[in-house]
Write a protein that binds this ligand. Sequence first.
Ligand code: 13P
Length: 250
Amino acid sequence: MRYLIANWKMNSVDLDAWEREFINIVSSQNNFPKSDELKLIVCLNLYDYYILSEKIKTSKHEIFNKISLFAQDVSHHDEGAFTGQISSKFLKKAGIEGSIIGHSELRENGDTENIVFEKGLKLKEDALSSIFCIGEDLEILENNKKKSFLLNQLQAFCKKNLSPDLLAYEPIWAIGSGKEADSENIASAVSIILDFFEKKKIDCPILYGGSVSKNNIEEIISIPGIDGCLVGNSSLEGEQFAIIASKIKS
Ligand code: 13P
């Protein structure tokens, strides 16, 4: 199984156009991946969630029909006076299947390793799935500290029987920069992660995120150990996202 995840962040997406463009590409290709070959996930805000979930339910196209909807964040608290936050219980009640946690844009705003771990615990308690993000910044990369940095992020999360459902390696310097990590860099991160998972007996797909587009998806997805991608900018238009999906073969 391969995975393709859209992270719409706080961008506004024209949902009618997104669906129309996506379906146009699906309909124009004979060998568009089927839902048992490619798992599609869209991580979006709650307002769009209600509209898109209706479209998904009523779609006649099986691949569109099987899109899963995730949140982009979850609170590490249960409930109470936490203005603006959303608990995993609330996500569950709304019908959302899981959430991204540990995205660098949230780590930058104060999410520590421990908060990310607690968010993971909350999702697990409510039987929701986690997309756990890790990744180094340019300074760490240039100072050759990538391995110890990634291992620290993995160790801080994978304790007390917690492990992610999906892991996304997203080097911070590649996010939104138009400069994707080169294959060698991605492969070295994959080997660090796989080695860690093997020692801990964790079975978890590994995804790459950071300036993924229709131009580089084939190269990235062919890197051994990469099971899919997490896409920001290039997921905002249904056509681009569907073209990326069409280039992922299992
Ligand atoms: P871009 O694809 O826009 O670089 O964003 C990547 C990302 O942050 C996905 O979570």
